[in-house]
Design a protein around this ligand. Sequence first.
Ligand code: GSH
Length: 221
Amino acid sequence: MITLWGRRNSGNVQKVLWALHELDLPHVRERVGGSFGGNHDADFLAMNPMGLVPVIRDGDVTMFESNAIVRYLSARYRPGVLRPEDHRHLAMAEQWMDWQQNAFGAPVTTIFLNTVRVTPDKRNAAAVADAEKRAFEALKIADEHLSRHDWFAGPMFSFGDIVMGVFLWRYLGLDCAKPDMPHVAEWLEALERREGFRLAVMDVPRARDLADWGRIEHEFG
Ligand SMILES: N[C@@H](CCC(=O)N[C@@H](CS)C(=O)NCC(=O)O)C(=O)O
């Protein structure tokens, strides 16, 4: 049985929960991180010296880094379901997977941490303005790709859609200017038809401020 350490309102944990659902993998989850704490205990740090969630244990494998976890699960279980078997589609899925972390996830996290996770007096306005610009430009690139393809890997749903879907959902809940992105919107409608997306992502409300975030964490754990 796979064990996942993390809290449900973490986007990076949501990626793993969604992948586990798509791969139909039974698992148990330990609530760790945020107000649940535990992520700086010695036994947790032995699994992830960064003190961050998610972490998984699958038999003799213990690992951290959400995108790597999703890749690992997709390669080990039901290959072809989330990890394309055609090399061209695999290449696209892998490319957008890394792009999610760097080009899109990073600015979304900066906006989120500065606007939702701190009180207004602690916000770094310059960092937020820069991140808003970067996220805006990144989504124009994603929209262009999705104008030519149904999914990030091309013709099939893949792990690339999971990691992008989680962060797009988070971005949509943030109060900032967003580009016109009709193809991203169409792709999101397709995601919304997937049970894994609804259970792992949509069912956990998006926090708009610090008080909201704490409440959601406690209600949805
Ligand atoms: N690059 C890492 C980032 C992990 C990360 O930043 N996790 C956050 C939650 S999204 C965390 O553990 N924050 C501390 C906490 O929850 O206490 C990944 O993708 O897994």
